[in-house]
Ligand binder design. Structure first.
Ligand code: XIL
Length: 356
């Protein structure tokens, strides 16, 4: 009797074994095979995500998915002015160094973010009463020190972040008001001096579907290029609620227009927000949104980078910043691949028989 029972258990185990292993494998996120990263390599795509040092340091399952599935990272906050130059002329590279080290240890490239912005500046900078020459000198020192520190280790820099207002005028901020419009050209020139091989981007939100702000970005970069300023890419942030999908047909047109300036475009900070009330039902629409944008990037003349603003709903700025929206990223808060992750992989594998 006992022998027969053992045999029965063995037979059941043999039959069910692969099912169980498959189920466990599918649930363990690091085991999404083939990985997004492997199919991205075959397409020569920089496939990135923003990352947080607190998560890298404390969450091994986060690190596992990050290093397995992505070939690039962007520090989410660690290179911003308030963190990296917290008091005048005193730089703290510690947090950003840890992320650059993580990238290098895992064969990932780094997008540096960012050098000039109106937000997340230290109060010593924003509350100071600087004249134009002082501000120029502070900005020059900041860029030379930060870019110089990472020379050869940061492949792409968001040099100027969000310089435009919605109506296409230059955003009134500490830089445009304190220095004037020339701060943009200065910033690119200094970044290029500090690391001639880094690819330098102007990064902006809300320019992916056309309109006055897109026109302004086009004119701004055209003017900079005409002056010989070393701007080589335009970043489309793409923080989009899912209901924006009717606008998507405009994206390839915008990409082609910006490419015609002789610069790359990159998707730099994509997240697709789902209304909290319908998040579960909207996962398919979210997947389709990610897939369309990735397909447009792959089809564009020059779009070599596709990066999301985080990868897991466990850590995302969206619910805190945009109440009523949630679950904007390709992996869920348990680090399971969502339909969006599978759609990204399917699009990367399309047309490549080795990566089906
Ligand atoms: C956001 C971070 O995700 C948050 O953690 C932080 O509190 C605020 O900034 N555009 C950008 C990013 O260029 O730097 C912003 O990141 C999101 C919008």
């Amino acid at each position: 009797m006992a022998g027969r029972a053992v045999r029965a258990v063995l037979i059941i185990a043999v039959i069910l074994g692969p099912v169980v292993v498959f189920a466990v494998g599918a649930a363990a996120p690091g085991n999404l095979q083939p990985t997004l990263r492997s199919v991205a390599a075959a397409r020569h795509l920089v496939l990135g995500t923003a990352v947080r040092l607190t998560a890298v340091d404390n969450d091994p399952s986060y690190d596992d998915v990050l290093a397995t599935q992505y070939n690039a990272l962007t520090p989410e906050n660690e290179m911003k002015w308030a963190t990296i130059e917290p008091s005048p002329h005193a730089f703290d590279f510690g947090p950003a160094d840890a992320l650059v080290d993580f990238a290098e240890a895992n064969g990932m490239v780094v997008r540096g973010h960012n050098l000039v912005w109106q937000e997340q500046n230290p109060s010593w900078l924003t509350d100071g009463h600087w004249n134009r020459d002082q501000l120029i000198s502070l900005l020059r020192e900041h860029i030379m020190r930060v870019v110089g520190h990472y020379r050869g280790r940061v492949a792409q820099w968001d040099v100027v972040n969000e310089p435009l207002a919605e109506d296409g005028t230059l955003r009134p901020d500490i830089w445009s008001e304190g220095i004037g419009p020339d701060y943009i050209a200065m910033a690119f020139d200094w970044a290029h001096q500090a690391d001639p091989r880094a690819e330098l981007f102007l990064n902006e939100y809300g320019i992916e579907f056309g309109g006055p702000k897109t026109d302004a970005a086009y004119r701004l970069v055209a003017g900079l290029r005409a002056q010989g300023v070393p701007v080589e890419g335009i970043g489309l942030q793409m923080h989009d609620p899912v209901e924006t999908s009717p606008e998507l047909p405009a994206l390839p047109v915008v990409m082609a227009r910006l490419n015609s300036l002789g610069v790359d475009v990159a998707v730099t900070e994509m997240d697709v927000w789902l209304p909290t009330a319908s998040a579960a039902a909207d996962l398919g629409a979210q997947a389709a949104y990610y897939r369309t944008v990735l397909a447009d990037c792959l089809a564009a003349a020059r779009c070599s980078t596709f990066s999301t603003w985080g990868f897991t709903d466990r850590y995302s700025w969206v619910p805190g910043r945009f109440p009523g929206y949630t679950d904007a990223l390709p992996w869920d808060s348990e680090l399971r691949a969502k339909p969006a992750a599978l759609a990204i992989r399917a699009e990367l594998a399309r047309g490549n028989p080795f990566n089906r």
